[in-house]
Design a binder for this molecule. Structure first.
Ligand SMILES: [Zn+2]
Length: 138
């Protein structure tokens, strides 16, 4: 064990290589300060909604190859993930979510790390509809 600062001393080791949150919370479903264990899949996605209390919608996009057209199609899936208060993840941030036991009927993931602002614009969160910046092609 490496010596930790006093602010982060209360965070549990969740078994993943993630930065512990700076704040402390008393959420029993927080993997760092509660009793929730994380195991299974670890995924990355973008927070597309924080309208629910302590739950966020995380969208993950991936490319799937279609052999017939020799091209990739974009696929996406939305996960409902528990959002611990200590992380305070805002809308549009890229996050890492880890699988947990089912916390509710549809929530079986928990946000474990804030990876900062996402590079891509979140769909539905762009009132101006700004066109993407053209890239210089050779
Ligand atoms: Zn916490």
């Amino acid at each position: 064990m490496t010596p930790t600062s006093s602010a982060r001393a209360h965070a549990r080791d969740i078994g993943l290589d993630v930065r512990a949150p700076k704040n402390v919370c008393d959420d029993p479903h927080c993997p760092f300060h509660g009793r929730l264990s994380v195991r299974g899949q670890v995924l990355e996605g973008v927070v597309v909604s924080t309208a629910m209390q302590r739950t966020a919608v995380v969208e993950r996009t991936l490319l799937h190859y279609v052999p017939k057209y020799e091209r990739y199609e974009k696929r996406r899936r939305r996960y409902l993930a528990h959002a611990p208060i200590c992380l305070g993840v805002p809308l549009g941030h890229r996050v890492r979510i880890a699988e947990t036991r089912p916390i509710s009927k549809v929530v079986a993931y928990c946000i474990v790390e804030d990876l900062g602002e996402a590079a891509v614009v979140v769909p539905g969160d762009d009132p101006q509809g700004a066109p993407p910046t053209p890239e210089a092609t050779p």
